[in-house]
Ligand binder design. Structure first.
Ligand code: AMP
Length: 156
């Protein structure tokens, strides 16, 4: 691989579920192979989004607790991957938009997301991986996660 062909900055997007480990393993492998800088992002969807933007009560203390917990989980997760704290990103918003925006901000040339390999109607309604793929200006690697991983040979 020449220097021009290699990735320099890889952005790993994690929802912090167990499946994040599969995506992280691939990110570590690629970061080592490319000698790339690895960044990790987790996006928190503000509670208001679930209510169409208007929450009928003050949820700021709940939101603060969610943020603190997410920050702690993200730091633990990213530290296990030996990613320095300056490269842990916790952001509020819609995952697919915020992941794309951060990728531009840090000049990432590869985004890694997990993909459940949805089919049929579920695919029409979209997924985070789909959203990122359509918005991103750089390469996107969708790593198969969940039960479909085991069916991969049957799919091909
Ligand atoms: P989903 O489409 O929600 O099943 O998520 C698939 C993948 O999108 C996950 O494995 C992550 O890579 C990414 N993702 C989903 N939600 C988030 C989030 N809140 N923050 C960062 N990445 C996310």
């Amino acid at each position: 691989m020449t220097d021009a062909e290699s990735y320099k900055k890889i952005l790993l997007a994690v929802d912090l579920t167990e499946e994040s480990n599969d995506v992280a393993n691939r990110a570590i492998f690629l970061a080592e192979q490319n000698r790339a800088e690895l960044h990790v992002v987790h996006v928190i969807e503000p509670l208001g989004f679930s209510y169409g933007g208007d929450v009928p009560m003050d949820v700021s203390s709940v939101q603060e607790q969610i943020q603190n917990q997410a920050q702690q989980h993200l730091n633990e997760f990213a530290s296990r991957l030996s990613v320095a704290e300056g490269r842990h990103h916790l952001i509020f918003g819609r995952p697919e938009s915020e992941i794309q925006k951060l990728a531009v901000e840090i000049s990432a040339d590869l985004i890694l997301v997990g993909s459940h390999g949805r089919h049929g109607i579920a695919l029409l309604f979209g997924s985070t991986a789909n959203g990122v793929l359509h918005k991103a200006n750089c390469d996107v690697l969708a790593v198969r996660v969940g039960s479909t991983t085991h069916n991969r040979t049957q799919d091909n």
